[in-house]
Design a protein around this ligand. Sequence first.
Ligand code: NAD
Length: 283
Amino acid sequence: MEIRSVGVVGLGTMGAGIAQVCAEAGFATVGREVSMELAEHARGRIEHFLTRKVEKGRLEQADRDAAMARLSLTTDLADLARCDLVIEAVVEELAVKSAVFAELDAVLAADAIVATNTSALSVTELAAASGRPARVVGMHFFNPAPLMPLVEVVRTEVAADDAYETAYAFAERLGKTPIRCHDTPGFVVNRVLIPLMNDCVRVLDEARITAEDLDTGLKHGAGWPMGPCELLDLIGIDIHVHASEALYDALREPRMAPPARLVRMAQAGLLGRKTGRGFFAYG
Ligand SMILES: NC(=O)c1ccc[n+]([C@@H]2O[C@H](COP(=O)([O-])OP(=O)(O)OC[C@H]3O[C@@H](n4cnc5c(N)ncnc54)[C@H](O)[C@@H]3O)[C@@H](O)[C@H]2O)c1
């Protein structure tokens, strides 16, 4: 199946980045937000990001302009009617996503594919509620979407092969590095990374090591490009705690539960880079 036109529903942190990647890759891209103010805010962020690429010599001005011209914005889901593939990136709430899926089902062509960028919800559950279960897949991008190469392409039990393979090929056409996986809690990377990060934080207390030394240990003893505390500050402590709780709820393994230290940090607003302080202070 040929993908020509793409819709992105929700233009927050992830959706704006995904819409940018689609427009840059040459696809006519329609972004849908709940208000034009939020949609325009996303356009501004995309414009800023692309302009910086031009300034750094990584993008031609004409390509930047062409990408911006391929992006259109709307608050009306009916404007996505002609999209061959829609990527849903609204808030991580089953009820909100299910409502979007039902609305999409009513406006899209019967063979259009709907992809969800959910991190922690069941793609299968969303597919079952969608009205077009065989044409629903997971396309799990990583933050920031324009920079992170990986996309986990998630297959449900009921996915049609052609819909799944089209989504996989589409991720490749975006210039991303897709991997195939089935719908399980945390998919692949988060399933491994979240308990690993939790172990790192537990070691902070058990070994009475400083955050600096723990990061030094993993960077210089295990070849990590970034230490775990630095990484958690970058991800956002609240985001990690939320994802960790979701994984624990699904799998009930003690390592998946967020360590008390992280829960307290999240409650105190020590969220990392975005609030200026997490494990480390940022000026
Ligand atoms: N932030 C991350 O690091 C990350 C990484 C991978 C996947 N995800 C997943 O991506 C999804 C979006 O996360 P985010 O961090 O971008 O959230 P966000 O809160 O930054 O953005 C969500 C956006 O969706 C909009 N929205 C809500 N309901 C809508 C609707 N009915 N129609 C159109 N827009 C609507 C909101 O106005 C908001 O701008 C979630 O499912 C999340 O789990 C997030």
